[in-house]
Design a protein around this ligand. Structure first.
Ligand SMILES: Nc1ncnc2c1ncn2[C@@H]1O[C@H](COP(=O)(O)OP(=O)(O)OP(=O)(O)O)[C@@H](O)[C@H]1O
Length: 727
């Protein structure tokens, strides 16, 4: 449906939103830039257009779409791999964290085979898989780690998952807070920059490393006065600068953080407090978000924990009446002050590297959320991923709207403070322009997102006119990205890479991800992460060869620094190992994703193994079907595909749920069914039959916004049952 790039004319540019005058200039520019590349590889054409900044962040999105899709209009992904939009430059690659490391150690470790960071990336990555102890020994030196007792070695292979950094003793919060010479963190380096929603035109707030340390030590002193070492203490509040201080203070004081996302209802808070046996909880009276005030303290109180420490959402006065056993933040802090007579210093509690610092909960897309213990190894792992794959370093300002209850919250804290980057926090809703203005004003250089956020920004066009060109990397996680949404995002900073990250809370890392040392494709992962070995296997558990394009469930090699070896509310072995195939002598670790490896070695996640369906004898995944259905009609905002086994048995039935965009003529479910069928037959498989279509106002999602296909499946099952019982 898209023209070839050489066939585009002023007319097309006008239709895409330019004035006739601008279209003429634009047409000439495109022709000039492509004059040397018109018959060549589309990748060279796209690269030339990007290198010359032909497309500007303020150009209308249809123009970006027109150029990108026209360049790749004849691209056959099944033969050529996914279309690429970002290409690393040799010069730039040498200034990345990993590039520098490779230039320093590459020849020593790889011998004469080492060429440069781009050509030798895959070789070096494989080396990191085969010799993780060598890789970690050099990368760990890049973080501001201070060991009270250094590790005996990097890896002791006696146990199945290995014992990492055995005998090491440290306090990971202390490592975040102390100045260091490499990475260069000084007392007056800016540690945190933040702004409150509603103050979008006011100056930014900044806190230096020294100020942060003093604040954390003050709170750690107060915690030391009220709790015992090893106590579990919950945090249920937005990810504000105070929440970050409390998080680090709990760990500094040798206690364990229980992170609970602030969007949970009382019942869910109660479950999490019970599983973790939390002795107390930090919360706010209200949550201020999107110009509204949502009660939080009342929800926490309903969950009935023992002691609640309550911060005001704004100002210094609480707007709620506290129960007798609870205490205001001010009173809590003043205890510490009295106790110390003005002296903030706190002696960090040093603990073995495998001691627990944080209890997190998975999002629960596949079932009950798992209570996942993070040890001091977990932040080391997650920071190293950000260091290697997002190039987080001194001088960066790193922002990722999230919450301490999601794995990205703690990851973001450690990724900043162990690498010397500045943490950027917007205290309010990330959905609107205020957030985008903060990104601009704070000079954010690494911006993390989740697909639903990007979808909203694109749909509402709320970021129009803002300058995001300081961003050098975007990142996205949580769910599969929509190609057109990431195209929109990348275009806001002259096509900077959007690094896809897919992992799990229990891995403290991504197992597949993008890299600044490899060309990137929208919505695709370019590599397993450093040191990670993945195996994709078929339905019989037979592995595909490492370089073979294929689709199947993924298994991980279990020796994975930072991965869990226990769960608090389930049997770890049963969840992650039972029933998994062996690879040679090794039993693989379950992750539960269906992964497609494309030609050229890129990856797509096709959903959870639980979301695969068998349609007429052919295995397929929800995401594959949704990708084509999303394009079936312009009135479609998003789709969700699930399959049902009919109550009386028989082949699985395909059901497609659709959310419609506003402002379009609403089709009937029958009409949509026709459209979906045609698209699926044309673009996916002529044998797939659509059994039902349901239009719904919105999809059920986890608190972190992940689509809950299992809830849709259950709903449909109920409907089918009640329909049958009525006839
Ligand atoms: N960039 C991404 N693209 C596609 N899927 C992703 C991406 N990032 C994360 N995911 C999905 O999210 C999963 C990890 O999320 P998390 O650790 O919160 O557990 P969960 O699977 O959502 O919850 P639970 O284990 O409770 O069912 C991944 O295994 C993958 O299925």
């Amino acid at each position: 449906m898209w023209k070839r790039i050489g066939e585009l004319s002023c007319d097309d540019y006008v239709k895409a939103g330019l004035t006739l005058e601008d279209a003429k200039g634009f047409d000439k520019l495109v022709r000039d830039v492509l004059s040397t590349a018109i018959e060549t590889d589309p990748r060279d054409q796209w690269k030339a257009l990007v290198d010359e900044s032909v497309l500007k962040p303020w150009h209308p999105h249809p123009l970006h779409q027109l150029l990108y899709y026209s360049v790749y209009s004849n691209w056959d992904s099944s033969v050529l791999g996914p279309p690429l939009y970002w290409f690393p430059s040799p010069a730039q690659s040498k200034s990345t964290n990993l590039g520098k490391l490779m230039e320093t150690h590459g020849s020593r470790l790889l011998g004469a085979s080492y060429k440069n960071p781009l050509e030798s990336f895959e070789l070096f990555r494989r080396f990191s898989v085969e010799h993780p102890e060598v890789y970690w020994s050099v990368v760990i030196d890049e973080l501001s780690l201070v060991f009270h007792t250094p590790p005996r070695c990097i890896l002791d292979k006696l146990k199945p998952g290995g014992t990492w950094l055995p005998d090491a003793v440290l306090n990971i919060a202390e490592c975040c807070l102390m100045p260091s010479s490499h990475p260069k963190k000084e007392d007056d380096s800016v540690a945190v920059v933040w702004r409150n929603e509603g103050f979008d035109d006011s100056p930014l707030n900044r806190m230096t490393l020294k100020q942060l340390r003093e604040q954390v030590m003050l709170v750690a002193n107060a915690i030391g006065g009220s709790f015992e070492k090893g106590d579990t203490i919950a945090i249920d509040m937005p990810m504000t600068v105070d929440a970050v201080i409390i998080y680090l203070a709990i760990i500094l004081a040798g206690c364990i953080v229980v992170s609970i996302a602030d969007s949970f209802a009382a019942k869910e808070i109660a479950t999490r407090l019970k599983i973790s046996k939390a002795k107390g909880i930090f919360t706010q009276d209200y949550i201020l978000r999107g110009g509204r005030r949502f009660p939080l303290y009342s929800r926490v109180v309903e969950a009935a924990p023992s002691k609640v420490i309550v911060l005001p959402a704004s100002g210094t006065e609480l707007r709620v009446q506290l129960r007798e056993q609870d205490i205001s933040w001010m009173d809590f802090l003043s205890n510490a002050k009295t106790h110390l007579s003005g002296e903030n210093y706190y002696r960090p509690i040093h603990l073995p590297v495998d001691s627990m610092i944080n209890i997190l909960f998975s999002s629960g897309t596949t079932g009950e959320p798992k209570a996942i213990p993070w040890t001091q190894l977990s932040p080391i792992r997650s920071t190293c991923d950000g260091w290697a794959h997002l190039d987080v370093q001194v001088g960066n300002t790193y922002c990722w709207p999230t919450n301490l209850g999601w794995v990205m919250g703690p990851t973001l804290i450690f990724s900043c403070f162990l690498t010397g980057a500045t943490l950027a926090l917007y205290q309010g809703s990330p959905l609107g322009r205020g957030f985008g203005k903060f990104v601009q004003d704070a000079g954010v250089t690494v911006l993390g997102t989740v697909p639903s956020l990007v979808k909203t920004w694109k749909r509402t066009n709320c970021m129009e006119g803002l300058n995001w060109t300081k961003i050098k990397y975007f990142a996205t996680t949580g769910e599969a990205s929509n190609v057109d949404d990431v195209l929109w995002l990348s275009s806001k900073a002259y096509y900077k890479p959007v690094i896809e990250c897919c992992g799990g809370t229990e891995l403290a890392s991504s197992y597949i991800i993008g890299s600044p040392l490899q060309p990137q494709a929208f919505g695709a992962f370019s590599t397993p992460s450093m040191t990670t070995r993945i195996i994709i296997f078929d339905e019989n558990g037979v592995p595909y060869a490492d370089d073979q394009p294929c689709t199947g469930e993924v298994g991980l090699f279990p020796q994975h620094l930072g991965a869990t070896d226990r769960l608090l509310n389930a049997n770890h072995d049963e969840v992650y190992f039972k029933g998994m195939p062996m690879y040679k002598e090794t039993q693989l670790r379950r992750h539960g994703d269906i992964v497609k490896r494309t030609v050229g070695g890129y990856y797509n996640v096709q959903g959870r193994a639980d979301d695969t369906m068998n349609l007429g004898g052919i295995k397929t995944s929800s995401i594959e079907i949704e990708r084509v259905c999303d394009q079936a009609d312009e009135c479609i905002s998003e789709t969700a595909a699930v399959s049902l086994t009919p109550p009386n048995g028989g082949p699985e039935l395909l059901v497609i749920f659709a959310v419609l965009k506003e402002g379009f003529k609403k089709p009937s479910e029958e009409e949509l069914k026709m459209k979906f069928s045609i698209t699926i037959h044309k673009d996916l498989n002529p044998l797939f039959k659509v059994s039902f279509v349901k239009i719904v106002p919105e999809f059920p999602r986890t608190a972190s916004n992940k689509l809950l296909r299992r809830v849709l499946r259950d709903q449909m099952k109920q409907e089918l049952l009640s329909f049958r019982s009525r006839i």
